[in-house]
Design a protein around this ligand. Structure first.
Ligand SMILES: NC(=O)c1ccc[n+]([C@@H]2O[C@H](COP(=O)([O-])OP(=O)(O)OC[C@H]3O[C@@H](n4cnc5c(N)ncnc54)[C@H](O)[C@@H]3O)[C@@H](O)[C@H]2O)c1
Ligand SMILES: NC(=O)c1ccc[n+]([C@@H]2O[C@H](COP(=O)([O-])OP(=O)(O)OC[C@H]3O[C@@H](n4cnc5c(N)ncnc54)[C@H](O)[C@@H]3O)[C@@H](O)[C@H]2O)c1
Lengths: 208, 208
């Protein structure tokens, strides 16, 4: 079991390692990897120590070995299936993004409840009605992750539908805290919150 | 000076308080506010204690007073001006989102370097060429925040241009760590990282 803060940093280390591998680098020091990941070497060594013994003191880490190890811990050695609920502005941007499938996240179905959107083709998929969620998830033999890109007013109801269909991972963009059973994992991305955190720092700097 | 973890939670408390005010609620207990914000009452009381003495033991917090106080700390008592660099899928979704201006974040200009996009109208603005960033920022008397919605390959160069124009807050969507001087604040949103964190939790649950 890894600390939550370590879990949140592993994907950034992985991103940096994949970048290095792409440039043919085979061994990397903790300093260099930490720099690329926007972290510091001591924290990086501590985080990686939870995965086992990997680096050689004074030499560094084997890039390919570490990529494989982190991918294993993050459950990335197999594809993950994803559905999107809400095909508005944000849903439309997400479905077209090639970066997800490149990392093993396959968008298998997209949903909306607006009759003007249901039935339309987007990036090789047909927008389905939310009422079909349960049957489409079981036709796919289960789905790993549901993305909520609906207005806040619909987000809890949509979360309930995703959970009822057997989905256990939710990425929620709606600016509202959703409640789910203990066995369901939620990651919340609230872009307004990010802007407000920046505003705090700007305001602090202005007062100096 | 507030702890970073407290700063990151204040906007979520604010979101919940605004929701309560909209429903006419005037006093709220720490338990109820924590529940709405997806946090716990002890942590909420600790976070708010950094702002000063607000709640009355046994009674709760004054919703309007707390909204005003948190808004002050977050620098939200005045509008913040925002520019977006990169008017592709994501940039297009962001410029049209009414939620930003409702919270006081006004998108004043949008940029791209693709001649096919420059000059087009989007949501009341004209897409400008990146080369005009400096002059447009000074015409606006300075801009608070720059959003990077370009590919990773361009992100560092774009960050440098934003900093050179005097912008001190950056929200970066490109999956790469950008380097900026100490006086510039960066928030990183990497949606693939969010999916990978979900994948870690799913994998852990599968192994049980
Ligand atoms: N667009 C952005 O840049 C942005 C930024 C920050 C946050 N958000 C949040 O992301 C969410 C989506 O934003 P958007 O800009 O794409 O909104 P949008 O209005 O463009 O799209 C929302 C879509 O959800 C659909 N929908 C509504 N209720 C539904 C339901 N019960 N089941 C299925 N579909 C339903 C609508 O028909 C619509 O197509 C919102 O919660 C918003 O606050 C968006
Ligand atoms: N679309 C998504 O859902 C999504 C999800 C996760 C991450 N991202 C990240 O967000 C960024 C944008 O993604 P997208 O899907 O909108 O890509 P996109 O290709 O649709 O749009 C990128 C835009 O940036 C412009 N651009 C490129 N170089 C530029 C420069 N030097 N100056 C100004 N503009 C420049 C391009 O002309 C294009 O219009 C990428 O870094 C991507 O990895 C996007």
């Amino acid at each position: 079991k890894l600390p939550q803060t370590t879990v949140a940093r592993l994907p950034v280390y992985l991103r940096s390692l994949v970048y290095l591998a792409g440039r043919g680098v085979q061994i990397v020091s903790s300093e260099e990897l930490a720099q690329l990941a926007g972290s510091n070497a001591a924290q990086l060594r501590k985080d990686l120590s939870y995965l086992g013994e990997f680096g050689t003191r004074g030499v560094g880490y084997d890039v390919d070995q570490l990529i494989n190890e982190i991918s294993k811990w993050l459950g990335l050695l197999r594809d993950r299936s994803v559905v999107i609920a809400g095909m508005g502005r944000l849903g439309g941007a997400l479905v077209g993004y090639p970066g997800f499938s490149q990392k093993g996240f396959r968008i298998v179905a997209v949903f909306d409840h607006d009759p003007a959107k249901v039935g339309r083709g987007v990036d090789g998929l047909i927008v389905r009605d939310m009422s079909e969620l349960g049957s489409i998830v079981s036709q796919n033999g289960g789905v790993d992750i549901g993305i909520i890109a609906t207005p806040a007013s619909a987000a809890q109801a949509v979360a309930d539908q995703l959970v009822r269909s057997g989905i256990r991972g939710i990425l929620n963009f709606a600016p509202i805290t959703i409640e789910v059973p203990d066995e369901v994992f939620v990651r919340q991305v609230d872009l307004s919150v990010e802007l407000q955190i920046l505003s705090y720092h700007l305001q602090k700097a202005e007062r100096v």
